[in-house]
Design a protein around this ligand. Structure first.
Ligand SMILES: NC(=O)c1ccc[n+]([C@@H]2O[C@H](COP(=O)([O-])OP(=O)(O)OC[C@H]3O[C@@H](n4cnc5c(N)ncnc54)[C@H](OP(=O)(O)O)[C@@H]3O)[C@@H](O)[C@H]2O)c1
Length: 213
């Protein structure tokens, strides 16, 4: 079975640990304070989930998730994630992360910064515009016109394919936003951000987005 290494065990990291283990994946999850601080989460989620350091989670992952505040990106291990698909859930909150000029000026994207930090990984934007509490399986089947859609963006088709499969298994349609250079369309404060929307509505919201919010 594929092992998912999750770096970050907060709202999104723990929701994704629950979701991935529910889909049958093995999960290795890490935070900044050490595996011993995750014993409660691990015992709640059961035998498919174990805690580790960030370095170990990255190393043991076949596919990884980076879900730390953007300001902690510099600490995410690089070498153990080389060549791997890395799902990036990050959003930029200057109030939390400090100002990052290239983002403030609309000259970079949050996922582009993750890709720069992990130059040989296959970064894919995923789960950034849904609240952690809404990530559980919906039971809504493909083809239902009311099915919620989520966006994804990557420069690597195989990474988009993986995210599309996971979204579908959890009950979401996928809308491809394009390469990472277009991923600002689902960043914070754009029309598609954290909205419950169908695929046609999401496409409409992506088209309406402005480069600077
Ligand atoms: N909350 C949401 O609904 C939501 C939705 C979509 C996207 N996002 C985005 O996803 C990212 C994570 O959000 P969140 O709400 O899950 O954050 P959170 O609840 O604050 O959790 C952050 C996690 O990252 C860990 N962490 C911090 N620095 C680390 C490091 N250097 N190495 C390893 N782990 C580290 C923290 O560990 P410690 O506690 O041990 O420090 C904590 O487990 C953010 O960019 C956020 O904007 C959030």
């Amino acid at each position: 079975m594929i092992a998912i290494g999750i770096i970050g065990a907060g709202h999104i990291g723990s929701a994704l640990a629950r979701a991935f283990s529910g889909l049958g994946y093995d999960v290795v999850i890490a935070n900044s304070r050490g595996p011993e601080t995750l014993s409660g989460l691990v015992s709640e989620l059961g035998p498919k989930v174990r805690a580790a350091t960030a370095e170990e989670a990255a190393r043991d992952a076949d596919i990884a998730v980076v879900t730390v505040p953007l300001r902690a990106l510099k600490d995410v291990p690089v070498e153990p994630l080389a060549g791997k698909i890395v799902l990036d859930t990050n959003n930029y909150y200057f109030e939390r992360d400090g100002h990052i000029e290239a983002l403030d000026r609309g000259e970079a994207t949050t996922s582009g910064l993750v890709q720069e930090h992990l130059p040989t990984s296959k970064v894919v934007k995923a789960f950034n515009h849904i609240l952690a509490a809404d990530i559980s399986p919906t039971g809504v089947p493909a083809g239902d016109p009311a099915r919620r859609a989520l966006g994804t963006a990557s420069d690597f088709p195989e990474a988009v394919e993986f995210v599309t499969g996971v979204y579908d298994a959890l009950g979401f349609d996928t809308v491809e936003v394009g390469p990472l250079s277009e991923s600002w369309r689902i960043e914070r404060d754009r029309p598609a951000y954290v909205k419950v929307q169908t695929a046609p509505e999401l496409r409409e919201n992506l088209a309406k987005a402005n480069r600077l919010p």
